[in-house]
Design a protein around this ligand. Sequence first.
Ligand SMILES: N[C@H](CCC[C@H](N)C(=O)O)C(=O)O
Length: 276
Amino acid sequence: MKLRFTKMQGLGNDFVVFDAISQSIDPDPTWIRHLADRRFGVGCDQVLLVEPPRLPDTDFQYRIFNADGSEVEQCGNGARCFARFVRDRGLTDKDEIPVGTAAGAIRLYLGPNDQVRVDMGVPILEPVRIPFIADTQASAYELEVDDRRLTVGAVSMGNPHAVLLVEDVDRAPVERLGPLIEIHPRFPQRVNVGFMQILDPGHARLRVFERGAGETLACGTGACAAMVSGQMRGLLEDRVQVKLPGGDLMIEWPGPGETLWMTGPAESVFHGEIER
Ligand SMILES: N[C@H](CCC[C@H](N)C(=O)O)C(=O)O
């Protein structure tokens, strides 16, 4: 059976997107891994499925699968690509799209110049909800990694993030520490690992070693989590330009308990069909 897909990207974080409303898609982890493989498959960081709504007051459900086949709760760059996909495919004519994810409902706003603004909900800081094993909630935690004591922030955007501060992202030990922290036992669901260099209270550089995908050119939820962690540590203000290797995101967050907004681009690259 031939399945139609669209290859998309948000700041170089790339996706294979399927309309799973008009097509029957079984997201078997082995097949997801094959799809994501950059030599034996199409190649992507994540696979996205667009499904009929499941949550009240939403128009769609959107499911996210990492390249390793694991299904996850949230994807920031994917959310923007989702919005572009459903508009370009004529699945909606709205500029404001309520959509359900495994982490709950979010709202997407299509703007000019391929920009999409996303209400990412309220960031989660309570350790048990991240999940992260800690005695109390704090703006930063000590983490033993490879016989070294590191300081990390811990935040959930629906998916878990650890955030480290570094002097220079270009020289950050992403390849060495990313995989070690991703599977650290204090993160029972594994974790995405952000390495943030703060330039000034309104600007930061970030690299992210993603759970289930490795280092990507951009991570939307990672940018959100890094900004939250930076603000909780008194280092960032409530509107921050986060500069990732693939490009920039604007993150706005007034503070704990408040909604976080992310704005950035989303583009289609090509349409294709794959035999299954
Ligand atoms: N690797 C993430 C999912 C994709 C998130 C990222 N691509 C984004 O733009 O937020 C996780 O396992 O939680």
